[in-house]
Design a protein around this ligand. Structure first.
Ligand code: N01
Length: 881
């Protein structure tokens, strides 16, 4: 091995990890920014040999390269700093709330000096290629110096915004003046005094630099393709409140940051923008604007990034601010973002950005109406005009998150390159590792919170996780670690699921890879929060590296477990419920349980508007029953769905599934008649079943007066209501009518057998628990009655001749397996039966209209199936044999 540099210490204790004299280094790291520096410190502390290669001639990473005027952090300086060495906090005094690039770079120099980190860094050296050698279980690293070194573990600490995007504009080479990239600003600075300057790009770099360039330039022309949201930074001395928050309690403060949503301590505000008064909303918006902090404005309400309506309110407030600052109304309008929800492109913090457009020598060119055609010898030609410049500045951004990683030719097992593997979007496990690339780690890689968080906190979390992992491997005798396919696929799914419940996919942002032509459109970071993410990473390690295969002298272990399977919005609902600390329903009296359910129902989103709601009574098996009818706004008559609510035969009423019934009514374009069948314990088995049959009879007989189409009657029910619906179909078949054209059973109870695996797997923790189900059964039916098909419809002697069925089940539902078994039994009996399983959902989650958005595809499918049943219906076909 040749190190290519005399100033770098020789390789150390590679044998410490490996089982042979093996590699030159235990760990090779690409990049000497925030991450690379801390990696040296941590890995050294473990006695591992580490070598960092850095393209630049000094430390700093992003803060080495991005030296454009106005470059500074937009997370408060105190937060945007290391926590691993608590003394740094007293040794280093930040001069401003948001430190400048030179100050941050100075800080990193201080850290490098204090901890003597440079001796393990080889500067002015790029890693060109990294090839996994399976036989030797090590990486071969090819350097720009022509040297090659080997290492057991290879860490990409190359940063998320470090690979500048190509200019993409024809003619840059022709320009006779000077061209600068904000991301590669000359170290000696650039004097723009008296110059005619054109700037392309209005992201954070443009927005930070434009006001300062305008101070020098004789003429400044800003070429804007997409206006961006920006709020004033209100920079100045470190705020007293921040100093007080840390004073005397730095360790606690740092811990709060680690377990916060975005990596900065602060209370999350748990109210929707839609639930407060206009006055309160405006007050909060105003305070967030005045705070000059990104997390304050993004978190001003809890649904800014999840609800378009809430986002619209904030976006309009911010547009109002732009209009109030910019004198020329036409320029103000051009600066107002309208094509993406606030926050879905990275918002900016500025100092006098909008004010700059009031200066007489500053001009804004809207590239949407007047695109750049080419760069010429003298300037820029747009469709409408030619501009002459002395200087052109590209503030056009980066190939974010993946660009710098795949810029190194990383070749894993079987010769597969990471670039090829990621051709359709990055695939990682935890944003830290990738299948096929053993012993490769990514710091703040795609699939981790990274760019959505305070990077300083996320970098430390990743470095600590990697270091702890290597330490564990060494202690336990493992040489290699690699994620397994199911674990990685599950993580990619979880990351996507999280992205999909937000507004992020609605923007053409670099978060989506949409700023680079040809890059796959994938939401790159994990949006579930630093705290949640940390908990998952900790759990993975604590439970023996869930989702990883490890190999070495100690033997092999392999876990194919998916660490999180639950849908993100279901997870959020479960967490919110857990936080309330409510007693289990089965510990309540029946009256208390009913009151509790009614109170909980009050708090739900109401569901969509329907044409009309009519409450009435119908003839049950033993007296009147209440019903609630939901009529679509479309012209009738409509087909009818008789609906049976959930509640374990004990709880609920005609309107207890109100949001779902509304949703069903609108989507299926059918009259929905929700029946309040009799409940236990007052009316035990078989009261509910008998009422089910009586109700559909009555509805069939009164179809016309209900505004329905005679003969077009389907049934639907959820949970115990699914039980009533299934039993009703059997009773109607046996009684020779009424005709039912289809049955949709949502998470139905179809059997009293509580020994199926889903009962064991989901006994607890997903709202419908095994003990609650037992409580329901106990109230409804005696043990011997439960075997009756009127209680357990799967036990019917024959299922032949039943209406076609859709049975909907959810992964985390004790009733999952009996629902699936009922589909099989129906199909075996020749009934047209379809199963709609729902990944990551619970017994209650599909009912949560406007709350659990990931349930929407199922709700759409349920309604579509009902439409099909009802459309195919003719009286003849529907009459039971
Ligand atoms: O890059 P950007 P950035 N023709 O991609 C435009 C971090 N950061 O360097 O939006 C014309 O945001 C492009 O237009 P459009 C921060 O996370 C932090 O400014 O693609 N225009 C956009 O306006 C930030 O988000 C700080 O339509 C073209 C701009 O160029 C990230 O880095 C400071 C174009 C690029 O904006 C990137 O910021 C700086 C073309 N061909 C950066 N191509 C802090 O404060 C692109 N554009 C810590």
């Amino acid at each position: 091995m040749s190190t290519g540099s005399d100033s770098v210490a020789p390789a150390g204790t590679a044998e410490a990890v490996g089982d042979t004299g093996g590699p030159d280094f235990d760990v090779v790291v690409a990049g000497a920014g925030f991450a690379g520096l801390y990696l040296i410190h941590r890995l050294r502390g473990l006695g591992l040999s580490v070598r960092v290669y850095e393209t630049a001639d000094d430390v700093g990473g992003t803060w080495y390269w991005n030296r454009y005027p106005g470059a500074r952090c937009d997370i408060q300086s105190i937060d945007y700093s290391y926590s691993f060495d608590p003394d740094l906090h007293s040794e280093w005094t930040w001069s401003e709330k948001y430190a400048t690039q030179p100050e941050i770079l100075g800080y990193l120099h201080h850290v490098a000096d204090k901890h003597d980190l440079r001796r393990d860094i080889q500067f002015s050296t790029r890693i060109d290629r990294a090839v996994w050698d399976d036989a030797a279980a090590q990486w071969r690293i090819a350097l720009s110096t022509g040297d090659e070194v080997t290492c057991r573990h290879y860490v990409m600490a190359t940063g998320c915004l470090s690979m500048p995007k190509a200019p993409e504009i024809e003619g840059t080479e022709r320009f006779a003046g000077d061209i600068y990239f904000t991301s590669r600003w000359p170290h000696e600075g650039v004097d723009l005094t008296g110059k005619r300057v054109g700037v392309i790009g209005t992201g954070s770099s443009g927005i930070q630099s434009i006001p300062l360039m305008a101070e020098q330039a004789a003429q400044l022309t800003v070429f804007q393709r997409t206006p961006n949201f920006s709020i004033p930074a209100h920079n100045g001395p470190i705020p007293e409140a921040k100093l007080d928050a840390v004073a005397g309690r730095q360790a606690d403060y740092r811990e709060e940051a680690r377990w916060s949503r975005g990596g900065v301590p602060g209370e999350a505000y748990e109210m929707s923008a839609l639930t407060v008064s206009e006055e309160e909303r405006q007050e909060r918006f105003e305070a967030a604007w005045e705070s000059g902090e990104l997390f304050e404005i993004i978190g001003v309400f809890n649904d800014i990034l999840g609800n378009q309506q809430s986002n619209d309110l904030l976006s309009e407030f911010l547009r109002g601010k732009i209009r109030s600052i910019v004198d020329d109304p036409a320029t103000a309008e051009l600066l107002c973002p309208t094509d993406h929800p606030f926050g879905t492109k990275r918002p900016c913090l500025d100092t006098n950005y909008y004010q700059t457009f009031n200066l007489p020598h500053v001009e804004l060119v809207d590239l949407r109406t007047n695109p750049i055609e080419r760069i010429t010898e003298t300037g820029i030609d747009t469709a409408e005009k030619s501009f002459d410049f002395d200087v052109i500045v590209f503030a056009t951004g980066f190939d974010a998150m993946t660009g710098a990683i795949v810029a190194v030719d990383i070749v894993g097992r079987d010769g597969v390159t990471l670039k090829d593997k990621w051709a359709d979007g990055p695939k990682t496990y935890l944003g830290l590792t990738s299948v096929g690339f053993p012993n490769l780690f990514l710091v703040t890689g795609p699939g981790s919170p990274s760019v959505l968080s305070n990077m300083a906190v996320s970098i430390e979390q990743h470095v600590d996780w990697i270091a702890d992992c290597l330490d564990t491997m060494r202690r336990e005798g493992y040489t290699t670690i690699e994620p397994t396919d199911p674990a990685e696929a599950g993580w990619v799914q979880y990351v996507n699921d999280y992205g999909d419940i937000t507004l992020y996919p609605r923007a053409n942002s670099w978060y989506m890879g949409a700023n680079v032509p040809g890059k796959p459109r994938v939401f790159l970071p994990f949006v579930g929060g630093v705290d949640r993410y940390r908990a998952i990473c900790d759990e993975v390690a604590e439970r023996g590296f869930v989702g990883f295969a490890l190999d070495g002298p100690a033997g092999s272990t392999r876990s194919e477990e998916v660490v999180r399977r639950i849908q993100p919005d279901v997870e959020l609902v479960l967490e919110a419920m857990e936080a309330l600390g409510l007693p289990p329903i089965e510990t309540m009296s029946v009256d208390e349980a009913r009151a509790f359910m009614e109170a909980s129902n009050e708090m739900r989103p109401p569901g969509p508007e329907v044409g009309e709601i009519v409450d009435g009574t119908l003839d049950g098996a033993d007296g009147d029953l209440d019903y609630r009818l939901y009529r679509p706004a479309t012209a009738g008559p409509h087909p009818i769905v008789a609906y049976f609510h959930g509640g374990g035969w004990v709880l609920g009423s005609a309107d207890s599934d109100d949001p779902f019934c509304r949703d069903l009514c609108v989507r299926a374009d059918a009259v929905v008649v929700s029946v309040n069948y009799r409940h236990a314990p007052e009316a035990r088995f078989p009261a509910a079943a008998d009422d089910g049959l009586a109700a559909v009879r009555w509805i069939a007989d009164h179809a016309e007066e209900l505004g329905g189409i005679p003969g077009r009657l389907a049934v639907c029910g959820w949970s115990a209501g699914g039980n009533v619906a299934a039993v009703t179909c059997q009773l109607a078949r046996d009684a020779g009518g009424p005709a039912i054209v289809g049955q949709v059973l949502l998470n139905p109870v179809v059997d009293c057998d509580m020994t199926r695996s889903s009962y064991e797997e989901n006994a607890d923790g997903y709202i419908l628990t095994e003990s609650l189900m037992r409580w329901f059964w106990d109230h409804y039916a005696d043990p011997e009655d439960r075997l009756d098909p009127k209680a357990s419809p799967i036990r019917a002697s024959s299922l032949a001749g039943l209406p076609p069925a859709l049975v909907v089940t959810c992964e985390f539902d004790p009733l999952r397996d009996e629902g699936a078994a009922y589909v099989d039994a129906l199909a075996a009996a020749g009934v047209e039966a379809r199963h709609l399983p729902n990944r990551g959902h619970t017994h209650t989650s599909l009912m949560a209209v406007d709350l659990v958005l990931t349930g929407e595809p199922a709700r759409v499918e349920i309604a579509r199936t009902l439409r099909d049943f009802l459309a195919a219906a003719t009286w003849d076909a529907a009459v039971p044999a």
